[in-house]
Ligand binder design. Structure first.
Ligand code: AHG
Ligand code: MN
Ligand code: MN
Length: 331
């Protein structure tokens, strides 16, 4: 049987050839980052770079190297107009923007606190298009994404992509380095009994999040009348990949400790791409009040609350947020 490689899959699709070139460049960048991550201990690349990024977070050496790989490899794409990276404060313009040119948003290394402990990390990306000749507006809502995906650097390296029609998973063959289609038409299971949230933040949470988690933890004798399981890997890519594989819900809510910043996760290169993937796979993505993909961004590094996963659990969480909001406005 002929293997379906990433190239074969892309060239059989209706995608613009320039977008295919860009997606192949992204795949190459991810392959190279996988190797940097894997060889980090030999090349002296583990640990902190002792530099603060625009997020006020200390960069790891591999955060910087991964960003450089995205820049170096993807800058060759003929219709790529700009790069918007977690690690770079300003938008990097590569050419005079023309209508239809591509804009690449990316988190070069996600979950980088996992690097030194040899646990899963990933890269996240989204592609949008310049609206008209000369237009340098990159603050476009997530519904305009033409493609989104992530690479997971786990026991195997995977690339999961959506072009707005379906979600497809590829695994990098460890000997040949090619990405082969292994997970066609990925779907989030509708019903689930697993949640992912950093419960050490319980004391900061708002009522709706506490209510939801309390009810899950109550198990069979609580209102949910069944046992729930909890997982937290502190790597959004690993979390979302688990949810795409066996269901669940992922929360990084706004709380009393992060509300001033807007939340923890970034809209343009974390929440939006993952929201597109999860929606395309039959799940849902919300802030608790609004669909993530409908948010009009106010800055390239904007943070927002994130609830992603199985439709029924996201619906329940948005119901709890709305119920709490209306009871607060009545008081
Ligand atoms: P990044 O490494 O790109 O800064 O992102 C880390 C994010 C995300 O991957 C994860 O879900 C979350 O931060 C972990 O947060 P906690 O440290 O609060 O667990
Ligand atoms: Mn991240
Ligand atoms: Mn990152």
């Amino acid at each position: 049987m002929t293997e379906t490689t990433l190239r074969r899959h892309l060239t059989q699709s209706a995608l613009d050839p320039n977008l295919i070139f860009l997606l192949e460049d992204i795949a190459s960048a991810c392959r190279s980052i996988a190797s940097l991550v894997r060889n980090g201990a030999f090349e002296g690349n583990l640990g902190s770079a002792n530099v603060e990024n625009i997020q006020g977070e200390t960069q790891k050496t591999l955060d910087i190297l991964a960003n450089d790989e995205f820049e170096r490899i993807c800058s060759n794409s003929p219709r790529l107009a700009a790069l918007i990276s977690e690690e770079v404060e300003e938008v990097t313009w590569l050419k005079e923007p023309k209508a239809g040119d591509y804009l690449l948003y990316f988190d070069p290394l996600d979950g980088s606190s996992n690097l030194d402990v040899n646990l899963s990390v990933g890269s996240i990306f989204a592609v949008m298009q310049v609206q008209s000749d000369g237009d340098r507006n990159v603050l476009l809502e997530g519904r305009r994404q033409v493609c989104a995906g992530y690479a997971l650097y786990g026991p195997s390296t995977m690339l999961v992509l959506t072009d707005g029609t379906q979600v497809t998973g590829f695994t990098c063959h460890n000997s040949t380095g090619d990405f082969r289609l292994t997970h066609p038409n990925m779907k989030v299971p509708a019903e689930t009994s697993e949640f992912a949230v950093n419960t050490s933040r319980y004391r900061y949470w708002d009522t709706p999040v506490r209510r939801y988690v309390d009810e899950c933890v109550a198990g069979e004798t609580g209102v949910r009348k069944r046992a729930f399981n909890m997982r937290w890997t502190a790597s959004m890519v690993a979390e979302i990949h688990r949810i795409l594989t066996r269901g669940g819900v992922f929360l990084y809510p706004a709380d009393s400790n992060n509300r001033k910043a807007g939340g923890k996760l970034r809209l343009m290169y974390e929440a939006n791409p993952m929201a597109m993937i999860i929606e395309q796979a039959g799940g849902a993505a919300s802030t608790g009040f609004t669909s993530i993909l409908d948010i009009q961004p106010n800055g390239p590094h904007q943070r927002i609350p994130v609830i992603l996963g199985s439709q029924s659990e996201v619906d329940r969480l948005t119901d709890y947020h709305n119920a709490n909001h209306s009871s607060e406005t009545k008081e």
